[in-house]
Design a protein around this ligand. Structure first.
Ligand SMILES: C[C@@](CO)(OP(=O)(O)O)[C@H](O)COP(=O)(O)OP(=O)(O)OC[C@H]1O[C@@H](n2ccc(N)nc2=O)[C@H](O)[C@@H]1O
Ligand SMILES: Nc1ncnc2c1ncn2[C@@H]1O[C@H](COP(=O)(O)OP(=O)(O)O)[C@@H](O)[C@H]1O
Length: 300
């Protein structure tokens, strides 16, 4: 095979409960991931060296060198296989960069799937999962897709049952937020408030809403412990969240470390109307609609 193309979705976080800072610099989480229908595409072509090109949404903000997570994934896979394979990767981005939607993790997961196929390795998904966890906390979910709860630093996954399709509106912001800075700000805000930080706990009400496919109940349960930190670093997001609530979103939150804001709608038609209202209100760089859950990386 000379070329493999993989389509891979973005995620939003439906619940992100953040425990105290660990000794290794990470936080224990309860992280409910939900893959949504905004897709990057990664094409892997057999080559002697390793290279990456990026085009599409905010491509100028994505490194085209060894810092690119997709190249790191290819290098890690070749090392795992114990061979000096080469690949040229072409990434077509639609997932907002540094937006809290795990675009880099998605590209890394897609590169693992594409190179496993291109190089004829036939490694099982368990092996890819192990490599994924070393690349980043969000990469294992990016390999899995659907809806799942992540514990530990988010890499230990349990798939969740979901009883329907949910409709989302995503308000994109100008410029990204650094994940490490947002976690750091969360620690700072908590310390300032003298907050005693408890171990993170799964919301049973949220899991029940997912199982039932009940958008109204899910909207009421959306929660993100990183939201105060994202708002502290990017005050303008408060206006965006307020606008979504004012226009009838069933629930609203900052996705992960932000700055993308996610709004849950009642239906596809409601999502379109809400997106139009947010665009009209001028509270976002761009407004997208999407549905979830969707499957993980798919060879096209
Ligand atoms: C916040 C979340 C929510 O899904 O994603 P984004 O919204 O950024 O996409 C994740 O926890 C991000 O996962 P990911 O982007 O893979 O993070 P990593 O590369 O593993 O870690 C980047 C940095 O984030 C912080 N970090 C990450 C995960 C975690 N459980 N605790 C942390 O404190 C650490 O400071 C770490 O150095
Ligand atoms: N393939 C990639 N796509 C996007 N960003 C990447 C990629 N590889 C490395 N990065 C770097 O990772 C940072 C975080 O990007 P991203 O994964 O899009 O956001 P987030 O962590 O907020 O979900 C970016 O600022 C970029 O410099």
């Amino acid at each position: 095979m000379d070329s493999v193309t993989v389509r891979v979705p973005a995620k939003v976080n439906l619940q992100l409960a953040v425990g105290p800072l660990r000794d290794d610099g990470y936080h224990d989480l309860v992280n409910v991931f939900h893959a949504v229908s905004i897709f990057d595409e990664v094409t892997a072509v057999a080559e002697t060296g390793m290279s990456v090109r990026v085009e599409g949404e905010s491509a100028d903000q994505v490194p085209e060198n060894d810092d690119n997570l997709a190249i790191q994934a290819a290098v890690a896979l070749a090392r795992h296989a114990g061979r000096s394979y080469g690949v040229s990767l072409a990434i077509r981005k639609a997932i907002p960069v540094a937006g809290g939607m795990a675009g880099g993790s998605a590209d890394a997961a897609a590169a693992l799937v594409a190179c496993n196929e291109l190089w004829g390795l036939g490694l099982p998904v368990e092996d890819l999962m192990e490599i994924a966890a070393d690349l980043g906390s969000d990469v294992p979910f990016a390999l899995l897709g659907g809806t799942a709860v992540g514990t530990g630093r988010g890499e230990r996954l349990t798939p969740l049952e979901v009883g329907g399709r949910f409709h989302w509106v995503l308000a994109l912001a100008d410029g990204g937020l650094s994940t490490a800075k947002v976690y750091g700000e969360c620690d700072r805000v908590r310390a300032e408030g003298g907050e005693q930080v408890a171990a993170p706990r799964t919301s049973e009400a949220l899991l029940a809403a997912l199982r039932a496919g009940d958008a109204k109940a899910l909207g009421a349960e959306l929660a993100n412990d990183l939201e105060p930190a994202a708002l502290s670093l990017r005050g303008s997001l408060a206006r965006t969240l307020d606008a979504g609530r004012a226009h009838g979103a069933l629930g609203s939150l900052v996705s992960g470390s932000g700055p993308t804001c996610a709004f849950l709608a009642e239906s596809e038609a409601h999502a379109a109307a809400l997106a139009a209202a947010l665009t009209e209100a001028g509270v976002a760089r761009d407004v997208l609609t999407a549905h979830g859950p969707v499957p993980g990386p798919t060879v096209v």
